[in-house]
Design a protein around this ligand. Structure first.
Ligand code: AMP
Length: 335
């Protein structure tokens, strides 16, 4: 009997930034969960990237656990995928060193994200400059064929591809050249208070963002106070951004197309509409909230997940690093 074809490896990395919102869930994490069916998934919580800008240690630690519990609550499954913390897998920084020794300084200095972030810092840390090399190591360490990247990370993936090609050319064929993973388009969720801007965790207006761990009351209050318009028609249109956003949210949460929802609400007012949005969001988030409460109350279980994730990731990392170290001429460590 022939071996089943190996599933393509996908690596997804996210910084431990604290609370996830409905935009993160509908726009990204839901699709990451679906990838687990037909891909070998690695989900890295990249704490080493987080310290390229000033961070509060206690917050970083708490956010790392909170992130893990939220991802598990959203359906990332440690039984099917590797969920790990970057600093637990030493191969990331080891490979980053080797790749950094091949990387032209000028290419790092030209990265737009570096230029943007550096302009906002009083003193720029070397880690902020070399962070794309660490990101290249994250990806190449697992021979990831595909990497889900947003617009802002495309230049970094290009650098990863350049470094992989450079290594393969300088030594011999070693790395898979990763391609961007174009996930099924998730919903783009806008702020409830300013539907011209994306929903964001850092919005200063507390009513603008629906967090995935919000209570049923929070959801009712926030959707109830969402900006609409002075009309009364439930219809998606460029001059009705608030109603359009709520229709998008309702569609993503209920699985019904926007056109069918417009029919459902013909002749009804915004009150009925907002109640339906509230109920649909609550139906999606209630199980997430309850799983989050269970996972975050069980630190020992989170640690077990991280231990298993790190072991699995480290095994794959060692295979790559052994090859890399041999090719660059490092003497194998005597055992
Ligand atoms: P961030 O929290 O901005 O690092 O984003 C993490 C992931 O969530 C990325 O894949 C983003 O594209 C996605 N995302 C962030 N905000 C939204 C939003 N308002 N609507 C849809 N997707 C979003």
């Amino acid at each position: 009997m022939s071996e089943p074809a190996a599933k393509p490896v996908v690596l997804t990395c996210a910084q431990p930034t604290g609370r996830l919102h409905l935009g993160n869930y509908l726009g990204a994490v839901l699709n990451w969960g679906r990838m687990q069916d037909d891909h070998e998934c690695y989900f890295g919580i990249v704490d080493q990237h987080a310290i390229t800008v000033p961070t509060v240690p206690a917050d970083l630690r708490a956010n790392t656990y909170a992130c893990l519990a939220q991802y598990m609550a959203c359906g990332l499954d440690p039984a099917r995928s590797r969920l790990f913390v970057q600093s637990h897998v030493t191969g990331h920084t080891e490979l980053a060193w080797v790749l950094g020794c091949l990387c032209p300084l000028g290419q790092l200095e030209r990265m737009t994200q570096f230029k943007d972030k550096a302009a906002r810092q009083e003193s720029v840390r070397a880690g902020l400059l070399t962070y794309p090399v660490l990101m290249a190591a994250d990806i190449l360490l697992y021979n990831a064929a595909k990497v889900p990247v947003g617009e802002d990370q495309k230049q970094h993936l290009e650098l990863t591809r350049d470094l992989a090609q450079k290594f393969n050319h300088t030594y011999s064929d070693t790395f898979v050249i990763p391609e961007p993973y174009i996930a099924a388009t998730g919903a783009r969720v806008m702020s409830l208070q300013d539907p011209g801007a994306k929903m964001s965790k850092s919005d200063p207006n507390a009513s603008a963002t629906l967090f995935i761990t919000d209570s049923a009351d929070d959801i009712r209050r926030k959707v109830g106070s969402a900006v609409t318009d002075s009309g009364a028609e439930v219809r998606a249109a460029p001059d009705k951004p608030g109603v359009s956003n709520l229709l998008q949210i309702l569609s993503a949460c209920s699985g019904r197309p926007v056109a069918a929802l417009e029919d459902d609400f013909r002749g009804k007012g915004y009150g009925d509409f907002k109640r339906a949005v509230t109920d649909a969001v609550e139906a999606v988030l209630a199980p997430v909230r309850s799983r989050f409460a269970t996972f975050s109350a069980d630190r020992a279980e989170l640690d077990r997940v991280l231990k298993a994730g790190a072991e699995g990731a480290q095994r794959a990392a060692h295979r790559t690093l052994a090859k890399v170290h041999r090719k660059v001429g490092f003497v194998e460590r005597p055992r």
